[in-house]
Write a protein of this length. Structure first.
Length: 400
C-alpha cells in the first residue's frame, strides 16, 4: 500500500482573501504536519474559462503563492508547484482521454451548472468539457489518495476514482485474468451469463451505473458459483486487475463558511471580501461600514444578532465572553454597533498582521519565491515521471 499522500490545487485568482484563509489554507497548513503534501497552482484549469484573456495568469500565480507562503504554507514541509510546469499532467490527461466515455464528462454536475452560470462566456469547448479529466490527471499522476476539497468538488473526486478504476481495469490485468473471468461467466449458465455480459458492457462502454448495480445484484443472487469465481466476476465488472493508479478520496473539512461583509459566504464574485493583504485602514473602514441588523436603525433600537452579519464574524473571531457581551448589549441596546464591531476589527487585524509582514518580505524577495516554486516543480516532476513510466508501460508505449 502507498502511504497517505495529500494533493490539492487552486486556480490562480491573484491575491487571496480571508475566505481562502479560513476555508482552505488553514486546513492545508494543518495537513502539512501530518501528511506528505503537494499543493499546486492549477493554471491550465484557469485557462478552461479564461482562454480568451490568458494574460495575467502568471502574475496571479505568483501573488497566490506569496499568499500561501505568507499564510503559513511551509515549503520545507509541502511541495509547491505550478501545473503547467509539470507537463506530464498533459500527457496523462491525453492518454486518459482515450478511455474516458463522453457521457461521464457530460454528466459531471459542474459542467452544465457552470455553463449556465457563466453565460457571458462560450464554454462549449473541448477543454472545458475535459476540466474534470485534467483534474483527474493532476491527482492520479501523484497517486494521491487524499484530496482536500470543498463540497462542490466532490463529484470531481468521484470522477477521478472512476477513471482510476477504469484505467486499472483496462490496462492492469494479470496474464490469464481474462480467460478465468470468461470461464466463470460461462458457469453462470446461458441466460444469466448473457445478462451479465450485457450489463457489464453497458457499464464499461457507457458508464451506466444502474447496469453495474443490476449486475452486482445478479451475482448476489447466484448460488452455483464458487467464492473465488464470484469475486472474480465482481472484479471483472469494474476492474480487478493490477492497481496502477490509486483511487483518491475527498478529504472534506468541516465546511468553514467564512462570512463576507454582507453575511453571504465570502467570495470575490459577491464583492464582500477582505484580502489577506488588505490595508489595515481599509479593513477598519470595511468593517465599520458593513451592514448590521436592518431593524436597528437608531442607537436606541434593540437588535437581534441572528439577523446581523457582524454576529457571524463574532462567531469566527470572538470568545465566549465577548459573544455574551455582544448578545446582551445588542438585544438591550446597551452597546452601539460600532462598539460591537471593534473586537472583530481588533481580532482581524491581529490575524492579518503577521501574514502581511511575511507577504511584504516575500514581495521584496522575488528570488526566494521563484526558487521555492522551482524546487517544488522539480520534486513534483520526479514523482510524476515515475507514474508515467508505469502508465506508458501498461499502455504499451514504453519503446524501451
Ligand atoms: N478544480 C479545483 C477548484 O476549482 C482546482 C483543482 C484543479 C484541483 N486540479 C485539482 C483541486 C486537483 C484538487 C485536486 O477548486
Ligand atoms: Fe449587529 Fe452588534 Fe449591532 Fe447587534 S450590536 S446589530 S450584533 S453590530
Amino acid at each position: 500500500m502507498y502511504a497517505d499522500r495529500v494533493l490539492s490545487g487552486m486556480r490562480p485568482t491573484g491575491s487571496l482573501h480571508l475566505g481562502h484563509y479560513h476555508g482552505v489554507l488553514k486546513n492545508w497548513i494543518k495537513l502539512q504536519h501530518d501528511y506528505e503534501c503537494l499543493f499546486f497552482v492549477a493554471d491550465w484549469h484557469a485557462l478552461t474559462t479564461h482562454y480568451d484573456n490568458p494574460l495575467g495568469i502568471e502574475d496571479a500565480t505568483s501573488q497566490m503563492v506569496i499568499d500561501w507562503l505568507a499564510a503559513g504554507v511551509d515549503p520545507a514541509k509541502a511541495t509547491l508547484f505550478i501545473q503547467s510546469q509539470v507537463i506530464e499532467h498533459a500527457e496523462l490527461h491525453l492518454l486518459l482521454s482515450m478511455m474516458t466515455p463522453l457521457g461521464w464528462l457530460e454528466r459531471v454536475p459542474t459542467y452544465k451548472d457552470q455553463q449556465e452560470k457563466l453565460t457571458e462566456k462560450d464554454l462549449s469547448t473541448y477543454g472545458f468539457l475535459g476540466y474534470p479529466l485534467l483534474q483527474s490527471a493532476d491527482i492520479l499522476i501523484y497517486r494521491a489518495n487524499q484530496v482536500p476539497v470543498g463540497e462542490d468538488q466532490v463529484p470531481h473526486i468521484e470522477f477521478a476514482r472512476e477513471i482510476a478504476r477504469r484505467f486499472n481495469h483496462l490496462y492492469g490485468k494479470e496474464p490469464g485474468y481474462e480467460e478465468k473471468a470468461e470461464a466463470a461467466v460461462k458457469k453462470l449458465g446461458g441466460k444469466k451469463a448473457k445478462l451479465y455480459q450485457e450489463l457489464r458492457t453497458r457499464y464499461q462502454q457507457a458508464g451506466d451505473e444502474a447496469a453495474l448495480e443490476s449486475a452486482k445484484a445478479l451475482l448476489g443472487e447466484t448460488q452455483n458459483l464458487s467464492l473465488g469465481d464470484k469475486e472474480r466476476l465482481y472484479g471483472y465488472l469494474e476492474g480487478g486487475g493490477k492497481m496502477i493508479l490509486t483511487e483518491p478520496e475527498a478529504l472534506l473539512t468541516a465546511a468553514s463558511k467564512m462570512p463576507g461583509l454582507d453575511g453571504q459566504k465570502m467570495s470575490k464574485s459577491y464583492g464582500n471580501t477582505i484580502a489577506l493583504r488588505e490595508d489595515p485602514e481599509v479593513v477598519i473602514k470595511k468593517i465599520r461600514t458593513m451592514p448590521t441588523d436592518p431593524a436597528r436603525v437608531r442607537r436606541t433600537d434593540p437588535g437581534d444578532p441572528a439577523r446581523c452579519p457582524v454576529w457571524q464574524l463574532h462567531e469566527v473571531y470572538s470568545g465566549a465572553d465577548t459573544r455574551d457581551w455582544v448578545r446582551q448589549g445588542c438585544v438591550s441596546a446597551g452597546i452601539g454597533c460600532l462598539d460591537c464591531k471593534q473586537p472583530v476589527i481588533d481580532a482581524m487585524l491581529r490575524e492579518l498582521a503577521p501574514i502581511q509582514e511575511r507577504a511584504r518580505a516575500l514581495t521584496e524577495d522575488p528570488d526566494t519565491v521563484r526558487n521555492i516554486i522551482a524546487d517544488g516543480c522539480e520534486k513534483a516532476r520526479d514523482l510524476a515521471r515515475e507514474t508515467m513510466r508505469d502508465v506508458r508501460e501498461a499502455m504499451g508505449l514504453s519503446y524501451g
